[in-house]
Design a binder for this molecule. Structure first.
Ligand code: HEC
Ligand code: HEC
Ligand code: HEC
Ligand code: HEC
Ligand code: HEC
Length: 448
């Protein structure tokens, strides 16, 4: 009989026949079973981490205290001299039997309860609601997501790849994030793009065929000038050509955000690169085969551009078109700096103050109504606590809000031998029908 058995196993088998030890044993078993279950689960985020790394160990250690405490009390009660202990595990002994029955029963109960619980927890953890709301850090993305075309696509469908490797990576990452969030040391704004983002082949292309011919499409924008006049821009976007042109393109970028491209290669092997890259002065930190996400980088949570949104809302009549200087005043109020949570009151106040100073005749009710619309626009896009403001996460589809297409189609990327870089011909991408025109005949003919 080993020392270990005499010291630990025998007391455990013979002297845990009391409530304290039984509760302790149950806690130990619960913690262990849940731990095993959670190890197979893919933690999408924080709370699973709290459960796993705070609640489970706490339960385990409480059990670890209760079991010996019970044993010690029971031994003292039954044999004050501390020496009476059987010298082997006798399966016919009623205490041993009761011990085994208890452990077996408790394990079964734990397996059933734990299994159902973790299944539900994991299911919940992977739900959009959880990703978007359980963690306040995701508030900006969640707000933008709900307004988008993909509000039914779950966060995890784009953010966590399939398979055990990805699940483990997400789990480790989630735990690290939990630690950073609880200690307040996470980065604000959250860096973009996040690690673990799936390639478009596993996401977008499940629903959109990469070979679909998008043909040509009218693109238009209505703006207002300070005098409240409408200006129309219209393009015929060559979407078929744009989507066809980039198959097989790969690139290297100087930063993870892919805002500065260093080298681009086409399917046929042509290379366009910056002088610095060719001379070995600039090194790439990010390499990728180009796909949908390099242009559509905000497919599910696109933040708005204040000018475009104000114009849009004026066009729709949600904001007044005819108030003098309204667009200017609205943009001024939207761009103001407000403390977290203060904008709801301070933004409309700023709008009112502007009019009191410049146009006191304007009726107050109209401004109050406009103020409400502006606050909701602001609160969908600006999150001071996360340091997310206008333009923090630009989108790359064109060349107005960010360099977009011109990250590659600009002047910096040059072919190996002297010659033209990637096309900058306006007509390669779109036919320009009119830019900021007051009377755009073509639009009027279309009834716009
Ligand atoms: C259709 C795919 C898709 C879905 C669905 C999606 N995302 Fe994203 N997410 C992306 C892409 C692509 C990026 C990288 C953005 C970039 O490169 O500019 C990203 C970036 C992020 C970032 C990094 C910061 C930023 O804004 O760039 C966070 C945080 C994030 N997503 C959270 C979420 C949350 C929370 C949900 C669900 C409410 C969600 N995402 C749903 C595709 C998606
Ligand atoms: C689960 C299916 C599904 C997935 C995955 C998906 N989409 Fe979509 N997407 C749709 C549907 C359906 C629409 C049409 C929605 C509508 O018109 O309201 C759409 C609309 C769009 C549009 C036009 C509307 C807009 O927001 O500009 C673009 C662009 C787009 N998707 C790109 C993408 C990209 C890029 C990805 C990958 C990150 C992707 N989609 C992933 C189903 C999907
Ligand atoms: C080279 C950049 C680029 C790439 C790569 C790209 N797109 Fe697009 N896509 C665009 C542009 C630009 C538009 C027009 C955007 C607008 O309306 O403002 C567009 C529009 C769309 C639309 C809306 C079409 C419509 O009729 O309104 C869908 C859907 C779409 N893309 C899906 C995809 C998918 C899926 C992929 C990947 C297989 C992809 N795109 C790759 C640039 C790109
Ligand atoms: C990552 C680099 C990159 C980005 C970003 C990019 N392109 Fe391109 N584009 C290329 C390359 C490389 C080619 C040449 C492909 C080839 O020759 O096979 C190309 C070719 C094209 C062509 C065909 C040109 C021709 O002469 O026929 C069009 C149109 C085009 N791109 C439009 C766009 C638009 C629109 C955007 C932005 C929404 C965009 N590109 C963004 C790399 C890029
Ligand atoms: C590589 C492709 C490409 C080239 C080259 C290009 N554009 Fe564009 N341009 C786009 C795309 C894509 C959009 C649509 C942007 C969006 O969806 O927001 C656009 C949008 C625009 C707009 C509307 C912007 C706004 O927000 O009001 C104007 C104006 C414009 N382009 C002018 C030009 C002119 C002029 C040239 C030539 C000097 C040119 N573009 C060259 C791709 C291109």
């Amino acid at each position: 009989m080993g020392k270990f058995t005499r010291r630990w196993i025998l007391p455990l088998v013979y002297f845990t026949d009391n409530w304290l030890s039984r509760i302790g044993l149950f806690l130990l078993l619960s913690a262990t079973v849940l731990w095993i279950f959670l190890t197979g689960a893919s933690a999408a985020s924080g709370y699973l981490g709290i459960l796993q790394f705070v609640a489970l160990p706490a339960t385990f250690f409480l059990g670890l205290v209760l079991v010996p405490l019970g044993i010690s009390l029971q031994r003292r009660r039954e044999s004050p001299d501390h020496h009476v202990l059987p010298d082997k595990i006798d399966l016919a002994n009623r205490r041993v039997l009761r011990f085994l029955l208890f452990v077996g029963g408790a394990t079964c109960a734990n397996l059933i309860i734990g299994g159902a619980l973790t299944y539900q927890t994991v299911h919940y953890m992977e739900s959009t609601n959880f990703c978007g709301t359980a963690c306040h850090v995701m508030a900006p993305e969640f707000a933008a997501y709900q307004a988008g075309a993909h509000a039914q696509v779950k966060c995890v469908e784009c953010h966590i790849g399939e398979g055990a490797g990805n699940a483990i990576r997400a789990k480790v990452n989630g735990t690290r994030q939990l630690f950073l969030v609880t200690t307040g040391r996470y980065q604000r704004p959250i860096p973009s793009p996040p690690h673990g983002l799936k390639a478009a082949g596993e996401t977008c292309e499940n629903c959109h065929s990469p070979r679909h011919d998008y043909g040509q499409r009218l693109w238009r924008r209505t703006q207002f000038n300070d005098a409240g006049e409408r200006l129309e821009t219209a393009l015929m976007l060559k979407l078929g050509a744009i989507h066809r042109a980039h198959r097989g393109v790969s690139y290297e970028a100087a930063d993870e955000r892919r805002s500065r491209m260093l080298a681009v290669r086409t399917k046929s092997g042509a290379e366009y690169a910056t002088d610095g890259y060719r001379a070995g002065k600039e090194t790439a930190v990010f390499r990728r085969d180009m796909d949908c996400l390099d242009c559509h980088n905000r497919p599910a949570h696109e933040f708005e551009n204040p000018e475009r949104s104000v114009d849009q809302m004026m066009t729709e009549g949600r904001l007044p078109q005819r108030l003098p200087l309204f667009r200017k005043a609205a943009l001024d109020a939207l761009r103001g700096e407000y403390a977290p949570g203060a904008a709801a009151a301070a933004l409309p106040a700023r709008l009112l103050a502007f009019y009191e100073k410049n146009q006191p005749a304007v009726p107050r009710e109209e401004l109050v109504k406009a103020g409400r619309e502006l606050v909701s626009l602001y609160e969908r896009n600006v999150f001071p606590a996360m340091r997310v403001g206008w333009g923090t996460y630009p989108q790359h589809l064109g060349h107005t809000d960010s360099p977009g297409c011109f990250r590659c189609h600009g002047d910096e990327l040059k072919p190996k031998k002297a010659g033209q870089g990637l096309t900058q011909d306006c007509e390669a991408c779109h036919k320009v029908i009119g830019v900021e025109e007051k009377d755009l005949k073509a639009m009027q003919e279309l009834g716009g």
